[in-house]
Design a binder for this molecule. Sequence first.
Ligand code: URA
Length: 209
Amino acid sequence: MSTISEFELLAQEAAGCVKCPLSEGRTNVVFGAGSPQADVMFIGEAPGFHEDQQGLPFVGRSGNLLTKLCGEIGIEREDVYIANILKCRPPENRDPLPSEIETCTPYLDRQIDLIQPIVVVTLGNFATKYLLQTTAGITTIRGRRFRWRDATLIPTLHPAAALRGGATRLAEMREDFQTILRTIEHVRTAKHEAAFSDVSDDLTPQPIS
Ligand code: URA
């Protein structure tokens, strides 16, 4: 007899969620994908059309870029966990509303508590502002490393911004992914403290001015 894990229970709870009006327009709840044992977690904004259709995060154009950038630094999607701030697609892919973020993020908070990632990558403004509780824009703080709970958090651009922003934005994302790679390498050699030794950024968790 197999027992249902706390993580699966949480996914089931989210699958039936009707806490906000986004539930009325969704095809699928996009809870997340990947290994709940992952050391590395990517957090995006909200499902788009393809994600809503398939019930999986980052499977459209942005997802293709994310998968490509991960591949360039030797990361397979199956080895990380990918989730979003919102679990349901906002109409016309509009920005998440503050009320939707407030209602939905307890699911993300519990996902993070259960996964306990060592490296957290926030993709774009919404994830970065929520986790770091900062008002700083993503272009200002991208690529820096922050001590966040027991993890190292690295904000980078949302892949959609890189797709819109052309070569410059893409190059910035590639630069950030090198930082992600270096950080993963450090923590994987079980020297978590060493991950911070060459960092000159402000590692104060929050608030950040
Ligand atoms: N953009 C996101 O932020 N998340 C997805 O899952 C897809 C596109």
